[in-house]
Design a protein around this ligand. Structure first.
Ligand code: SF4
Ligand code: SF4
Length: 391
């Protein structure tokens, strides 16, 4: 691991190609806020030229891990892996995120208990955290988790079998999205499995430097989902899909190969002829690309193809803006996160779109904070609406 890290660092030829789409460099044009600067700092740290410090930690933890730099690097430095490894080495000295690490570790190990505790305390805890500026939004927890146990949703004439990887955001905050996905898959004739034992994808832990803890979760998920006899493992969260497909092989040497984004699944496996009816109260929309779907999984055309097939007018945007959510990043770097968000919102609010459609629950949380004039919808909601006949 250590030699891989040093090897990746040494590949950097300092060309600066990675700065082009970097949201943090775009916001604060200092060298250390782009990949090149972060790599140089980690190189100096690994060779002992600099010691851990609050400034070094802040620089390395301020990367959103969006992946926008990866495809721009001529020698192919695995920038995200370098950052993950740097965080692993720096976590002990990183006091600023000590409590965030503790709570993230706690909830990933005990999701049900965390949900109960948060449900009991949410009416004073969330307003308090919001007032203190720790939370920039007030979550509203649903009455129950989407996934409490193992479920198989059968259909009479089975066309195929699909497993859903629920993910924490859908489980805790957007259970209706999970129910909508089941409903769409049922209408298409698929049996749906929600297997017992699924845990957090591990990315929130890994992004905080908790590599070993993330590895344990990855092993658990692989052990469960790789054994299932299903056509695809679908998730409504691109970070979870990216973890299963791309990050797990690097972390534990195996991944969940049939993990797919829903837009890929519907365009490649089912065709779009099922989505034919006009969507309620919508004619013009914008599509917001989640970074992990766009840069990590290379999926940009499929959601647009679905939206256009449904007959919605898809308005053009620059399509290169990170919304600033980035998991635990938005809790550690509230000002930076808000600046990134406001750039997105400004661009979107200047269009005639009636809604913003995206494919990520995290982007939905973030964009909804400031996009009061346009509802923010998940693509699966639009798809379900387009399957229902209207009078
Ligand atoms: S992953 Fe994103 S934020 Fe981090 S250095 Fe690359 S482009 Fe910048
Ligand atoms: S694009 Fe790659 S080689 Fe060029 S500076 Fe960035 S990390 Fe280094």
């Amino acid at each position: 691991m250590e030699s891989l890290f040093v090897n990746e660092l040494s590949k950097c030829v300092r060309c600066a190609g990675c700065k082009a789409n970097c949201p943090t460099y775009d916001e604060d044009s200092t060298e250390s806020m782009g990949a090149r600067g972060r790599i140089a700092l980690l190189g100096a740290f690994s060779s002992g030229k600099i010691k851990p410090s609050a400034i070094l930690n802040d620089t390395i933890f301020s990367c959103t891990l969006c992946g926008a730099c990866a495809g721009l690097c001529p020698p192919g430095v695995d920038i995200k892996e370098v950052i993950y490894h740097g965080r692993r080495l720096l976590k002990k000295t990183d006091k600023k995120r000590k409590y965030l690490r503790f709570f993230t570790n706690f909830y990933t190990k005990r999701p049900q208990l965390s949900f109960k505790l948060l449900s009991l305390t949410q009416h004073f805890l969330f307003p308090y955290l919001h007032k203190k500026g720790i939370l920039s939004f007030r979550p509203e927890l649903p009455e129950r988790l989407f996934k409490d146990d193992h479920h198989v949703y059968t259909v009479s004439k089975k066309k195929g079998r699909i497993a859903i990887f629920t993910g924490c955001a859908v489980n805790f905050l957007f259970p209706h999205l999970g129910e909508t996905l089941i409903s769409v898959l049922h209408r298409l004739g698929y049996e749906v499995i929600l297997p017992v034992g699924e845990v957090c994808c591990g990315i929130p832990l890994r992004s905080l430097g908790l590599e070993e803890e993330a590895r344990e979760l990855a092993k658990k998920n692989c052990g469960i989902f790789s054994k299932l006899n299903v056509e695809a493992v679908l998730s409504l969260c691109p970070t979870c899909t990216l973890a299963m497909k791309i990050d797990y092989p690097k972390l534990i040497g195996e991944g969940i190969n049939n993990a797919m984004d829903i837009s890929e699944f519907f365009t490649e496996k089912t065709g779009l002829s099922f989505f034919t009816y006009p969507v309620s109260d919508l004619t013009k929309v914008i599509y917001h690309d989640p970074c992990h779907l766009k840069y990590g999984l290379g999926v940009t055309k499929e959601p647009r193809k679905i939206i256009e097939h449904i007959g919605l007018d898809l308005l053009k945007t620059t399509g290169e803006k990170c919304c600033g959510f980035a998991g635990t990043f938005c809790l550690s770097y509230r000002d930076l996160s808000k600046s990134l968000l406001m750039k997105c919102v400004k661009e979107y609010s200047e269009t005639a779109a009636e809604a913003v459609v995206t494919s990520c629950p995290g982007c939905m949380i973030q964009l909804s904070k400031e996009s009061s004039d346009k509802p923010v919808l998940h693509l699966i909601e639009v798809i379900e609406d387009a399957m229902i006949p209207k009078n």
